[in-house]
Ligand binder design. Structure first.
Ligand code: ZN
Ligand code: ZN
Length: 337
C-alpha cells in the first residue's frame, strides 16, 4: 500500500509500505475514504514543524472498516467510522478519565500523522491499522456526509470542545475568535448555533472572513487592542503568541480563553493584565475521542454547516500535487471499489 509521505518543505510523495496486519484481536484495519489536512499540517508543510521528515502525514479522516479482530464488537467490516487523531486504549486510568490524548498504554504523544510517540502511520494512507478499535473508532451517524465530517477526527471536534462547554456554562456569551484556518470557522458556526449573542471573527484572509460572515459572525482583519470587558469567551487558533496576547487582553472580567496551541515559536503573554482581569487560559491538546460523539451529534442536528468550510473536493490520487497547494480545507476522496 501507499503512504503519503512528507519529505521536505512543500513536498509530499507516495511511498510504498507493507500492508498493515492485525496484531491482536482488538485491532482493526481501515481504509480512509475522505481525508483532510488538520490546520497544523499547513504549518508542517510550510516547514514550520519540529519533526524531521520523512514521515507519513495526515490525522483527520472518515474511513471504511476493512477487517476487525475477533474481540472487536463496536464496529464491523463495511462500517464508516471517524478515526481519532490520537492513539488511545480506552481502559487505562487516563482513558477512563477521558484524557485520551494522554493514554498511558502507548508512548507519550502517540498519534497518526507525526512520528512523535512511535510510528502509527498517517491517515493519508491507503490502509491504516487501528490498535484499539472499540476504544477509538466512532461510527459515522447515518445521514452525515464523510466529506463534511472528515475533520471530526480533530479540528471539527476540537472546535466543539473549544466553545460548546463554555457557552453551556455562560449562555448567550459574547465570543471572540482569532484564527487562521478551519478551526476558527468551525467555532463561529458552533458558537452561533449554541446561542452566542455575538461572535467576532478576526483573520487577515478575506475568504475566511466571508465564510465567518456566512455563519453570522462580525469580522475584522486584525484585532485592535479591545477595551477590557468585551468578551466572556475567546478562542485563539493562530499558532502565534502575539495574537494570543491580544486575545487575552480582550476578555471580560473572569473571562476564559481557549488556545488551540501549536505555538512553535516562543513569545510573551501579558501576565499582569491577565491577573488584573482574572483570565482563565486553557491551552491543551484535545482529548478528542471523548467528545467526537457530541460533536457528531451537533453536526447531525442540522443546526450547523461544517460542509461550508470544505474548500475543495479532490481525488485521492491527486494528493501529492494538491496537498502542498494553499487551500483552506481540501478533502481528498477515494473512489471505493
Ligand atoms: Zn491536528
Ligand atoms: Zn489508555
Amino acid at each position: 500500500m501507499r503512504e503519503l509521505t512528507y519529505v521536505a518543505r512543500r513536498t509530499v510523495e507516495w511511498r510504498e509500505a507493507p500492508d498493515p496486519r492485525l496484531r491482536s484481536d482488538q485491532e482493526a484495519i481501515v481504509a480512509p475514504v475522505a481525508a483532510t489536512p488538520c490546520d497544523v499540517d499547513s504549518s508542517i508543510l510550510a516547514g514550520h514543524g519540529f519533526i524531521e521528515p520523512p514521515f507519513a502525514l495526515g490525522h483527520e479522516c472518515v474511513a471504511r472498516v476493512v477487517e476487525t479482530g475477533a474481540a472487536v464488537t463496536a464496529v464491523a467490516p463495511g462500517d464508516l467510522v471517524v478515526v481519532p487523531w490520537s492513539i488511545n486504549c480506552g481502559t487505562c486510568d487516563r482513558c477512563r478519565q477521558s484524557l485520551t490524548a494522554h493514554c498511558a498504554s502507548v508512548p507519550y504523544m502517540a498519534m497518526y500523522g507525526a512520528p512523535i510517540g512511535g510510528s502509527w502511520g498517517g491517515l493519508f494512507s491507503d490502509l491504516v491499522r487501528v490498535p484499539y478499535a472499540d476504544a477509538m473508532l466512532v461510527p459515522l451517524p447515518a445521514g452525515l456526509d464523510p466529506v463534511a465530517m472528515a475533520s471530526a477526527s480533530d479540528n471539527w471536534s476540537l472546535a466543539w470542545r473549544l466553545v460548546a462547554p463554555h457557552l453551556k456554562a455562560r449562555p448567550g456569551a459574547r465570543v471572540l475568535v482569532v484564527a487562521r484556518g478551519s478551526i476558527g470557522l468551525y467555532v463561529c458556526d458552533i458558537a452561533r448555533a449554541l446561542g452566542a449573542s455575538e461572535v467576532l471573527y478576526v483573520d487577515p484572509e478575506p475568504r475566511h472572513r466571508a465564510l465567518a460572515e456566512g455563519f453570522g459572525a462580525a469580522t475584522a482583519e486584525a484585532l485592535e487592542p479591545a477595551p477590557q470587558g468585551s468578551f466572556e469567551i475567546a478562542v485563539e487558533a493562530t499558532g502565534r503568541v502575539d495574537q494570543l496576547a491580544l486575545t487575552v487582553k480582550s476578555l471580560a472580567p473572569e473571562g476564559i480563553c481557549e488556545s488551540a496551541g501549536n505555538h512553535f515559536r516562543p513569545g510573551e503573554l501579558p501576565l499582569l493584565d491577565m491577573y488584573l482581569t482574572g483570565v482563565t487560559l486553557r491551552i491543551a491538546r484535545d482529548n478528542v475521542r471523548a467528545h467526537i460523539p457530541d460533536a457528531l451529534a451537533l453536526a447531525a442536528s442540522g443546526k450547523v454547516a461544517p460542509e461550508k468550510v470544505v474548500s475543495d473536493v479532490i481525488d485521492w490520487e491527486d494528493l501529492p500535487t494538491a496537498l502542498p497547494e494553499k487551500h483552506l480545507k481540501p478533502v481528498f476522496v477515494r473512489a471505493e471499489a
